[in-house]
Design a protein around this ligand. Sequence first.
Ligand code: PLP
Length: 470
Amino acid sequence: MTNTFPQTMGQQFGRRSWAEPWKIKMVEPIRLINAEARQKAAAEAGYNTFLLRSEDVYIDLLTDSGTSAMSDRQWAGMMLGDEAYAGSRNFYNLEAAVQTYYGYKYLVPTHQGRGAEHLISQALIQPGDFIPGNMYFTTTRLHQELAGGTFVDVIIDQAHDPTSQHPFKGNIDLGKLEDLIKRVGADKIPYVSLAGTVNMAGGQPVSMANVKELRALCNRYGIKIYLDATRMAENAYFIQEREDAYAHQPIAAILKEFCSYTDGAWMSAKKDHLVNIGGWLAVNDEEVFDQARNMVVVYEGLHTYGGMSGRDMEALAIGIAEAVQDDHIHSRVGQVRYLGELLTDWNIPIVQPVGGHAIFLDAKRIYSHIPQDRFPAQTLAAELYLDSGIRAMERGVVSAGRDPETGDHRYPALELVRLTIPRRVYTQAHMDVTAEAVKAVYDNRENTRGLKMVYEPKYLRFFQARFERL
Ligand SMILES: Cc1ncc(COP(=O)(O)O)c(C=O)c1O
């Protein structure tokens, strides 16, 4: 009989283990309700994980948005909130942090990312314009459409192939972009909408080489580049890991250099920045700034708070500095990768290579017998909850919505379930439990039949749609 010793995380995968650069000071109890109660909760939620009550969830991997644990320094910052209506000192701290770490000149605070998406879309897009980008994101594209624009996907083809091992699957295909410019004319393209990392592709990064080439191409045609910087610190980690010239550069320097090739950025601070609410728009162009700063008072709040309280802005300013620390990003991306390594070792189909914020289960391959109009990814997310109280999110045909022209479902190439890892919240044991739950659902795949949609809201249907089991 061979002697099988238990192995540490690192030993399992032939490397040294890493550990989180923090220790736990406060805990929030969680509990697993029984199978019957989960069945009832799932049915009441119409098999939509967005409609579950959080207290019925055991390990919550719905999103990494606003779910991070703040540090003791951020909590201390909350006590320094200057709740003045105008000119709060916390705003100036936030402005300085964005200027220091991202390098843009002007800052407009917003309540969260979509507030900033609204402002930049309204400021720059004219009806009939085209906005090329590296794969759509739900709220980003909707704001571009509401402003009268049409989003055009110009990401490299490998991004649509969950098995491709391309190291920078978030890259823009410059050939596709130039074809679009030639077809519609540069004056119909107000900006390129560049995201780092690309959420819907599996948290995949954009390379520094790609953004440099993009800048050169856009300069030739006089087109601006605006960055969705929501997970750009994580993107910087992949550049450090995968582009030789950046191997010895700190994350903070890589982030700032990347931003220097763009004209501005919007941010959902609820991700990289380790806060529960917040966002911003930052630009270099004074005219765009004036427009956005005027609009923010209509939709968000005064231009020195934009929907955030003073204490929120202080926690955010501190979170920006914490987000770019190399040891933080290493353990954050490392935890996601650990879960991915377990599932890969067990031959469970996931998007490869593993991205920055989440594991994306490939529902198309897991449920190859369920057609896309029976919502394989929605089904998989529901089954995972029923099995173990773990909450994940559909990122497939439900999230893609309907084509405004034809009214039909959009059928994306990727039909995925996202297991999104909140920052600094869960331990390695939670990752092990999650991996075993995914395996249990995977092993039961033959007995699963799909869902029927019985209620569909007009906008961003994935948030509120309801389903019945087939
Ligand atoms: C890439 C990306 N952009 C924009 C947003 C929108 O940000 P928010 O949820 O803060 O409105 C999100 C949020 O999920 C996102 O992941």
